[in-house]
Write a protein that binds this ligand. Structure first.
Ligand code: CP3
Length: 378
């Protein structure tokens, strides 16, 4: 699978490029599994592992707004590290949010507790899109600073950077806030495709710059969250969304590590069973699978339709059902073991939840899951 050295090399002191064994993430279980190799232990991390399930998180967040916390490098770094210290997970996920780059660009957006991202003004017309501010490179400095602080503490544990995919971010922008069926953006792509494409292009460039800043500053992998892509038909996904997600990935696809290997890129959404191969074709090297689709079936669907580069199956990430986190331990343990066994069909498997940690989760259960997974032979 080795690719020629044609990409843009990461800085020599980057965790994927350094020769210092105490800081290198190349041989880590996460990066090894993401690249389809056999890791020294089965890697696991949890989406939303940094958050309200942790008392230490609630403590440091007191009196500080969500987006404000994301823009304080010292605090964002501390929150990113909390679940790694507590659970011994195999990766940190950068504490930020899919709307942070919007705020950095100057869009009037906030995160309302219990609701989610809310914009001062919805973006619905060609003029609204044309008036969107550009995300400048300088404005990303608090992000780079938080990433540098975090990787300095993480040693050989990789940090995963992320961004919101164009559809999911544009869905918030068109609706002006969270919605159930994402009717606004789904109408716009058919009723006014030109405006839709302009908005999705803006969202792709903004996400791409946000992700690139994290990877260049020290993240060892990148994940694109298209949480709401499952509301799309396959046709709509292919015509109106996939090219924009591919464009977002294109911002980081050239980056290569010390041996010329590309940085692992994960693509995740929920309810994506029918569009999984189309999402893979947007350019990820690893596919996230939500809890609705058994990993064996995800593997079959991906393998049955080789991507544009002729690759068949890809490494998978997922897919413990978050609902089972509050089931009796015996039930949860059996489920986790099932997920681990099912993942063995894929060239690599990183265990995760099929969506984020619910805020009501007992954090000791998460630690117990990590211990269980680490006790199973890779
Ligand atoms: O461990 C991690 O995964 C932390 C980093 C992270 C956050 N948001 C922190 C956060 C990541 C990767 C995200 C991505 C994100 N944000 C997505 C995609 C992933 C997904 O869950 O589907 C989406 C759709 C958002 C938008 C968003 N931000 C929502 C819907 C909410 C919840 C609002 C609420 O209060 O119910 C947020 C806020 C948010 N983002 C929190 C965290 C920890 C909660 C803030 C708090 O503690 O009050």
């Amino acid at each position: 699978m080795s690719e020629p050295l044609t990409g843009t090399p990461l800085p020599a002191d980057h965790p994927l490029a350094t020769t210092d064994p105490a800081r290198s993430t190349v041989g880590s279980p996460l990066v090894t599994a993401f690249r389809g190799g056999t890791p020294s232990r089965i890697p696991v991390w949890f989406m939303r592992q940094a958050g309200r399930s942790l008392p230490e998180y609630r403590e440091v967040r007191q009196g500080i707004g969500m987006l404000e916390s994301c823009l304080k490098p010292e605090l964002a770094s501390e929150i990113t590290l909390q679940p790694v210290r507590r659970h011994d997970v195999d990766a940190a996920i950068f504490f930020s949010d899919i709307v942070v780059p919007l705020r950095l660009a100057g869009v009037d957006v906030d995160i309302v507790p219990g609701t989610g991202p809310v914009l001062g003004q919805a973006v619905r017309t060609a003029a609204d899109v044309a008036a969107l501010p550009e995300l400048t490179d300088e404005s990303l400095e608090p992000i780079r600073e938080a990433v540098r602080r975090t990787v300095a503490e993480l040693g050989s544990t990789p940090l995963i950077g992320f961004a919101g995919a164009p559809f999911t971010v544009a869905a918030y922008m068109v609706e002006g806030g969270p919605s159930r069926d994402h009717l606004g953006p789904r109408t716009m792509m058919h009723a006014d495709p030109e405006t839709w494409n302009a908005l999705a292009t803006w969202a792709a460039d903004t996400a791409g710059a946000f992700l690139r800043a994290q990877i260049e500053a020290g993240a060892s992998a990148g994940q694109l969250f298209d949480s709401w892509a499952g509301s799309l038909s396959l046709d709509d996904y292919q015509q109106y969304v996939q090219p924009h997600s591919a464009h977002a990935f294109s911002h980081v696809r050239d980056l290569v590590d010390g041996s010329g290997q590309p940085v692992p890129l994960v693509h995740f959404g929920t309810g994506t069973s029918e569009i999984l191969p189309a999402m893979r074709d947007a350019g990820a090297s690893v596919m996230g699978v939500d809890y609705r689709l058994p990993l064996g079936e995800a593997h079959r669907r991906l393998g049955a339709t080789p991507g544009p580069d002729g690759r068949g199956t890809v490494p998978l990430q997922g897919n413990i059902d978050p609902a089972l986190l509050s089931a009796p331990w015996e039930v949860l343990e059996a489920h986790v073991r099932e997920v681990v066994e099912a993942g063995r069909v894929a060239p690599g498997h990183v265990v995760n939840l099929g969506h984020g940690v619910p805020p009501t989760t007992d954090p000791t259960v998460l630690t117990r899951i990590v211990d269980l997974i680490h006790s199973i032979q890779p």
